[in-house]
Design a binder for this molecule. Structure first.
Ligand SMILES: CCCCCCCCCC(=O)SCCNC(=O)CCNC(=O)[C@H](O)C(C)(C)COP(=O)(O)OP(=O)(O)OC[C@H]1O[C@@H](n2cnc3c(N)ncnc32)[C@H](O)[C@@H]1OP(=O)(O)O
Length: 219
């Protein structure tokens, strides 16, 4: 496959797309704690067998908290800027539903760069359930989509998924450590070809390939 969509060393700055950018210093430590606790709260709500009085009280407390937090809201599309060791910057969508730092709905997926792409580790709790006791196939696809996009971005080619193919090889378990890996396999003009796998205990549960179409900076 030809390689004519040359990777760029400088990732596009989200500000050039009109997106708001926040830095890690802009995020209080308490936000991370709140996100983790609300993530656990969702799991608790999904599985609680508490009685009606307790449920009514919890519901009122949550409603009051929602109103307090909504007093000051961040714009949608906010990007988190993270400094790289080489002086450049990495960017991630702050409320990305798979890996967003401020999104309690995110699994949470911890992603790192590797020599040939990216690797992520995640444990899905019971709120990602599809078939009884197993991860929902849509979430499996969403996690693959995320690492596929991240592998393209890590190679300097930020893009949108144009096509995603998923093969479900084995059931993906809940409440068990999963490893995701992804890499760029080729490029052709603006197209970036990427492949990824999800493994549990070394066994592939799902694999995906995608065509990302690289974004051009406006102007
Ligand atoms: C820092 C951020 C980290 C990133 C992580 C993000 C992970 C999450 C990834 C996502 O979830 S992205 C969200 C889901 N995807 C979308 O919403 C994309 C919706 N589709 C579009 O916006 C456009 O169709 C798209 C930008 C993908 C392409 O439109 P363009 O007008 O820019 O491209 P164009 O149609 O000119 O096609 C460019 C090339 O891509 C090819 N192409 C387009 N659609 C295709 C397709 N569906 N399958 C295969 N190839 C496709 C097309 O043939 C052509 O190839 P050639 O260079 O060989 O001529």
């Amino acid at each position: 496959m030809s390689v004519d969509a040359a990777p760029v060393s400088e990732l596009p700055d989200p500000r050039d797309f009109g997106l708001p950018v926040v830095t890690e210093d802009d995020l209080p430590d308490e936000l991370g704690t709140l996100v983790a606790r609300v993530h656990d709260l969702v799991d608790a709500v999904a599985h609680t067998e508490a009685g009606s009085a307790e449920l009514a009280q919890a519901s009122a407390t949550v409603h009051e908290l929602t109103e307090r937090l909504n007093v000051k809201r961040r714009d949608i599309g906010a990007m988190l800027e993270r400094p790289r060791s080489d002086g450049g910057a990495d960017y991630e969508t702050l409320t990305n539903v798979v890996s967003g730092r401020s999104n309690p709905a995110a699994p949470p997926l911890v992603l790192e760069h590797t020599d040939d792409g990216v690797r992520a580790r995640v444990t899905l709790n019971g709120t990602y359930q599809g078939p009884p006791g197993l991860a929902h196939g849509g979430w499996v696809a969403a996690m693959l989509d995320q690492v596929l996009g991240s592998a393209s971005a890590a190679a300097g080619m930020v893009g949108l998924t144009a096509n995603l193919d998923v093969n479900y090889r084995n059931p993906t378990p809940l409440n068990a450590p999963l490893e995701l890996t992804a890499r760029v396999t080729g490029t052709e003009r603006r197209k970036v070809f990427v492949s990824a796998e999800i493994r549990h205990n070394g066994e592939v549960t799902a694999e995906g390939t995608a065509v990302m179409v690289r974004l051009d900076v406006p102007g």
